[in-house]
Design a protein around this ligand. Structure first.
Ligand code: NAP
Length: 251
C-alpha cells in the first residue's frame, strides 16, 4: 500500500485522465482533477467522492503560465502539497504536413510540451522540499511516427526526451519521472480520429484490434494500471522509462 499523497491529474475530465484520477483515488491518494474548466471535472470528482475518495475540481489551461500558477495555489490551499503529477492533458489537430496550419502546430506543441513543462516546473518545488515525487508524462505510440500527425508525433517524442532529462535532474530528490506511451485506447480522442478518417468508430476499432497482438484495443484502465505502478512508493528505483502500453511490442 502506498502512503497517501496529493496527486494532480491533468486532462482528467474524461478519457484516460478520468480513469487515472479514479485509480489514484482508489489507491488512497487525494486527487486534484484538472481540466480546462472546473465544471468539466465535476463528473470525475463526483464519481471519486461517491466511491469514498477525496478530490477537487480545478480549471486551468496547462499551457498558460498564470493559470498553472493559480491552479497550484488553489491545490495547495485546498488539498496540500502535491507530490504526484500526471501530465495527461492533450489535444490532436491532425493534418498532412502540407495542410497543417501554424496554429495547429503551435496548439499541439503548446498543450503537450509547454503544458508538461509548466506543470512539472511548478510541481517540483513541492516534491524537492518533501524529498519525494512521482511524475508520469503521457506520450504515445505516435512518437514513433504517424501519418497526419507531424505536430502530435513531435510533441509525444519530445515528451520522451523531457521525461528522461527530468529523471536525470530530479532523481537525487527522491523524484522519479516516467512516461507511458499508449497505443490505441478507446476514448473521445480516438473517436475524433475515426471522424477525421470518415470511418465509423466501431469499424475502426475492429481494424485496429485486428493488428494488435492481444486482439483488442486498449481501455483507459489499461493506462491507469500502469500509472498506479509508476507512482507507487515501491517503484522508487524505476525512473526515466518509457513504457509502451499497446497490447504488444512496438519499435
Ligand atoms: P481526451 O478524451 O481527448 O481527453 C483529453 C482531456 O484533456 C480533455 O478533457 C481535454 O479537455 C483536456 N485538455 C485539452 N487541452 C487542455 C489544456 N490546455 N489544459 C487542460 N486540459 C486540457 O483524450 P484521451 O484519449 O483521454 O488522451 C489522454 C492523453 O493520452 C493525451 O495526452 C493523449 O495524447 C494521450 N494518448 C491517447 C491515446 C488514445 O488512443 N486515446 C493514445 C496515445 C496517447 P477538452 O475536452 O475541453 O478539450
Amino acid at each position: 500500500m502506498s502512503t497517501e499523497r496529493i496527486a494532480i491529474v491533468t486532462g482528467a475530465a474524461r478519457g484516460i485522465g478520468a480513469a487515472v484520477a479514479q485509480r489514484l483515488a482508489d489507491d488512497g491518494h487525494a486527487v486534484a482533477v484538472l481540466d480546462l474548466t472546473a465544471e468539466s471535472c465535476d463528473a470525475t470528482v463526483d464519481s471519486i467522492r461517491a466511491a469514498g475518495g477525496r478530490a477537487i475540481a480545478v480549471g486551468a489551461d496547462v499551457s498558460n503560465e498564470e493559470a498553472v500558477s493559480a491552479a497550484f495555489s488553489s491545490i495547495e490551499a485546498e488539498l496540500g502539497h502535491p507530490t504526484i503529477l500526471i501530465n495527461n492533458a492533450g489535444i490532436i489537430r491532425d493534418n498532412f504536413l502540407f495542410k497543417m496550419t501554424t496554429n495547429d502546430w503551435d496548439a499541439v506543441i503548446g498543450v503537450h510540451l509547454r503544458g508538461a513543462f509548466l506543470m512539472s516546473k511548478a510541481a517540483q518545488k513541492y516534491m524537492t522540499k518533501q524529498g519525494f515525487g512521482r511524475i508520469v508524462n503521457m506520450s504515445s505510440s505516435s512518437a514513433l511516427g504517424n501519418r497526419g500527425q507531424a505536430n502530435y508525433a513531435a510533441a509525444k517524442a519530445g515528451i520522451q526526451g523531457f521525461t528522461k532529462t527530468l529523471a536525470l535532474e530530479l532523481g537525487k530528490f527522491g523524484i522519479t519521472v516516467n512516461s507511458i506511451a499508449p497505443g490505441y485506447i478507446q476514448t473521445d480522442m480516438t473517436a475524433a480520429t475515426a471522424e477525421r478518417l470518415g470511418t465509423p468508430f466501431e469499424q475502426l476499432l475492429d481494424q485496429w484490434a485486428s493488428q494488435i497482438p492481444v486482439a483488442r484495443v486498449g481501455q483507459p484502465d489499461d493506462i491507469s494500471n500502469a500509472v498506479s505502478f509508476f507512482v507507487d512508493d515501491r517503484s522508487g528505483f524505476v525512473s526515466g522509462q518509457i513504457l509502451y502500453v499497446a497490447g504488444g511490442p512496438l519499435d
